[in-house]
Design a protein around this ligand. Structure first.
Ligand code: OXD
Ligand code: MN
Length: 654
């Protein structure tokens, strides 16, 4: 048996239980008395800065041993075996190399309330607000508090566990647009997930050399032996969870959660929060945007990037099968875009990730056949329900689950049916609303041929959007860049299950970045505005889309999904210079007849889709003003305040 495997087996929960029952310390702990053992890889093969970082973390967290990830298939296989032996993952028999994890129910989503940015001055992190106002755009932590919080949590936090060292590249390895991170973590589930979501391994260290990297330290915060056995074999420490970012030193520390954006540090922490700071410093953009390419029947291809808050169907849009005959849509990314103007002034985008961490409920052959095709192999599912024929289930899969299949909910309730209620009388869900699939992007049948191109794809249009049941038309075009920046700043959307919010309230979510800004939102706006002053840039046009308008009977008035290609088609035609718009106070909307409605399954009403109600927009202006005053205060750029005033005046003349 390979030594790695022996070591991994020693840490199995079975062993933990046995040792605990005997009231004895598990055998592995005796290793702590000895010098650190590296059980996989070689510390001396690391560059000095990486080695120093790893040694410092080991010194602080006191893991039993260290595993330096090489990114090989063999390593991945061993890791999955370990996770199975520990009872963290169960194989999904119906699919090839697919796995099912259930978390501690206390660890199911990003915890925005415990996510902070640490800068010397509070104003570097967020706008300074009036007395008594609770800030919603970032939480600040002083360097002193940060040191105290780190010292309170991390010393000895990995005792008895293996510390994995994950060298990872955000973006194609070696691309000038990519950046490298090193994550130390004591969660093998995190290693398995990071290996799907990012490019991991020795090749990353080769490209890194002695260069700069983002320092990521993550622990479950449950040194061994634990006082109580972990719930669902999912150690975590919700009471002390903290996710802290230090932009100045490009550092992330994450304690207490093993789930999603809290622990896969390449994703939201690095690729959005830290990267937005790097982007500000280096003159580019790190955004919460999908990227897709659309080809029309003439073979003309354009790319767009689109920012929608969590749970607005970004993954569905990125993987859409267009209903417009002769059109093709291909996916570059579903969540994050890094964009930089090239020497010809063209905005070029890469997807820094190479996997999808998609919300499972709602995903089906009807809503997203390409996602369904992607997830049938090499995928880790978390907090979904299971079926007795060895498959998975979530809300949305009712029509494609064999009749009579017995469903066990994510919480382990057997023989589930949709009429069941929880103890407090609520509808019992089979899968957690934020349950996920973590799957390799390369398996998606519609990946764009250029999705890994190192120069990135050229972006013609940027689209902002949200879930707006009332008042906001299907699509409108901003008058110019500055107005587009205002449109992004004024974005609002119904809240999401991806974070800890539960009620359906329309929340402000500027640029779909509200939980992901790495620095003061006012400065972020200034950064966006600055591109207008740079000469030689071919600024993309900016749009706002809303697939979620509802009628008086609470029914969606636009069919969405593949039909959204009709909207993107209009956007692209506009970018190519077509005169197919009319001006309204909020921006340009398609002229009647300009949006291709041919062949829609059921008729839609242009009037309903493009209504701009005066009373609604008067209220909207007031809402935006209140939000800016309260949340951005003195840091709101004058240009954005002027755009709001101009909108108000246009609306008042309607
Ligand atoms: C996500 C999100 O992508 O919350 O998980 O935006
Ligand atoms: Mn997202």
């Amino acid at each position: 048996m390979p030594s790695l495997y022996v070591n991994l087996l020693r840490r199995s929960s079975g062993l933990w239980k046995a040792a605990h029952q005997l009231n004895r310390t598990p055998y592995i702990l005796s290793l702590n008395a000895r010098a650190l053992s590296v059980i996989h890889g070689n510390l001396d093969s690391l560059s000095k800065p990486v080695k120093d970082f790893v040694e410092k973390n080991a010194e602080l967290c006191k893991p039993a041993n260290i595993h330096i990830c090489d990114g090989t298939p063999e390593e991945s296989k061993n890791l999955l075996n370990l996770l199975q032996n520990e009872g963290v993952l169960r194989p999904i028999k119906k699919y090839h190399n697919c796995w099912h994890a259930i978390t501690d129910p206390k660890d199911v989503a990003r915890v925005e309330s415990k996510t902070v940015i640490c800068t010397p001055s509070e104003r570097d992190t967020r706008p300074i607000l009036g007395k008594g106002v609770k800030g919603k755009l970032n939480q600040w932590m002083s360097p002193k508090e940060f040191e105290a919080a780190k010292n309170d949590r991390f010393p000895g936090a990995m005792k008895g566990r293996t510390m994995y060292v994950i060298p990872f590249s955000m973006g194609p390895v070696g691309s000038p647009l990519s950046k490298i991170g090193i994550q130390c973590t004591d969660s093998p589930y995190v290693v398995a997930s990071m290996s799907i979501m990012t490019r991991v391994g020795t090749k990353v260290l080769d490209v890194l050399g002695e260069g700069e990297f983002v320092r990521c330290l993550h622990t479950l915060g449950q040194p061994l032996p634990m006082e109580k056995p972990p719930v669902n074999n999912w150690p975590c420490n919700p009471e002390k969870t903290l996710i802290a970012h230090v932009p100045a030193s490009r550092e992330i520390i994450s304690f207490g959660s093993g789930y999603g954006g809290n622990s896969l540090l390449g994703k939201k922490c690095f690729a959005l929060r830290i990267a937005s700071c790097i982007a500000r410093d280096e003159g580019w953009l790190a955004e919460h945007m999908l990227i897709l390419g659309i080809t029309n029947p003439k073979g003309e291809k354009k790319y767009v990037a689109a920012a929608f808050p969590s749970a607005c169907g970004k993954t569905n849009l990125a993987m859409m099968n267009p209903t417009l005959p002769g059109y093709k849509v291909e996916c570059v990314g579903d969540d994050i875009a890094w964009m930089r103007f090239d020497s010809n002034g063209v905005l070029r985008a890469i997807n820094p990730e190479c996997g999808f961490f998609g919300v499972a409920p709602g995903t089906s052959t009807k809503t997203n056949p390409n996602a369904m095709a992607t997830i049938t192999s090499n995928t880790v599912f978390t907090n979904v329900a299971s079926t007795d024929d060895g498959g998975v289930f979530w809300e949305g899969l009712e029509d494609e689950t064999p009749k009579g299949a017995k469903i066990t909910t994510w919480l382990g309730v057997e023989n589930w049916n949709k009429d069941m209620k929880t103890a407090d009388g609520k509808k019992m869900l089979a899968a957690h609303p934020n349950s996920r699939f973590c799957t390799p992007a390369r398996q998606c049948p519609t990946m764009d041929p250029a999705w890994e191109s190192s120069e990135g794809v050229p972006i013609s249009a940027l689209i902002f959007g949200g879930r707006r049941p009332q008042g906001v038309p299907l699509v409108y075009e901003a008058f110019n860049w500055k107005h587009g920046v205002f449109v992004g700043a004024a974005m609002r959307s119904e809240a999401t299950a991806a974070a800890e919010h539960t009620a359906k309230v329309v929340m402000h979510d500027p640029f779909a970045m509200r939980p992901f800004f790495g620095y003061n939102f006012g400065d972020y706006l200034r950064h966006w505005l600055s591109f207008e002053d740079k000469s030689g840039l071919k600024l993309p046009r900016i749009y706002h889309a809303n697939w979620f308008l509802k009628d008086k009977n609470d029914k969606f008035v636009w069919p969405g999904f593949g039909e959204n290609s009709r909207v993107i088609d209009w956007i692209i035609r506009r970018c190519m210079g077509e005169e197919s718009a009319v001006e309204t106070p909020i921006g340009y909307i398609p002229k009647e007849g300009a949006l291709n409605f041919d062949g829609l399954d059921s008729p839609v009403s242009y009037k309903e889709l493009f209504n701009v109600p005066k009373d609604f927009w008067q209220k909207e202006v007031q809402e935006i003003r209140e939000y800016f005053n309260e949340q951005v205060n003195q840091d709101l750029p004058q240009e954005v305040a002027d755009e709001l005033k101009a909108l108000e005046e246009r609306v008042s003349k309607m």
